[in-house]
Design a protein around this ligand. Sequence first.
Ligand code: KIV
Length: 273
Amino acid sequence: MSTNTVDNKRKVTTRRLSEMKRRGEKISMLTAYDYSSARLLDEAGIDVILVGDSASNVMAGNVTTLPITLDQMIYHGKSVMKAVNRALVIVDMPFGTYQGNSKEALASAIRIMKESHAEAVKIEGGSEIRESIERILCAGIPVCGHLGLTPQSINKFGTYTVRAREEAEAAKLIEDAKMLEEIGCFAIVIEKVPAELARKVAESVSIPIIGIGAGGGVDGQVLVMHDMLGINTGFSPRFLRRYANLAEIIDGAVKNYIADVKSSDFPNESESY
Ligand code: KIV
């Protein structure tokens, strides 16, 4: 049983995340795409809510994150923002909205901030998209980087297995992390890389490193809420810890409801007007 050290009132900001890293306080992050889930996460005291483009898989049933649009990310971001008082909310920049050129990247980030009211954006990639990130940062928009396994590049990688096992890719990842810190990103998500490499990155930069499948030597952890609550049961990578089995609970509840309707047990007199 872990002790709850969460300060449940003070608003989480990008500045506060950097203080947390300095103090050695781990950062908790989960995904949410809708008002009701975001409200539950915020009330439980989560530090950061990521409106991830994993909404493409989890909400829309797509095989990859590529199809989700800017309008759809803004819709999810707006729904989450209405529910949240304390957590910092970051919205993912979807595939195709920042790679073309930095002007397009800035226009996409501005739409996310203006229309969803989110507090920051997350963007996948390193040196290849430096100019786009710099332009977004120049507009005063906080940017969280994303290195390692970057799911928007799945068609280039061809697999979702662990990244940066080879020396050259590991060296580039460290270089990219240092570059993202230098240009002004406030944090970096590092996905599915060896734990030792992730620890080295966290020690090499002063901004928080949030890991997913990146071991315990980083400054915080992120998981997809539907995976850790056991709503999505078809995905069981080694890094995933399930904190509930909601699929089983929902299945039982729905079966009981069906039986009650069929037997005319529901509604009873006290449930009727
Ligand atoms: O889209 C997402 O949910 C993400 C997390 C897996 C980090 O980027």
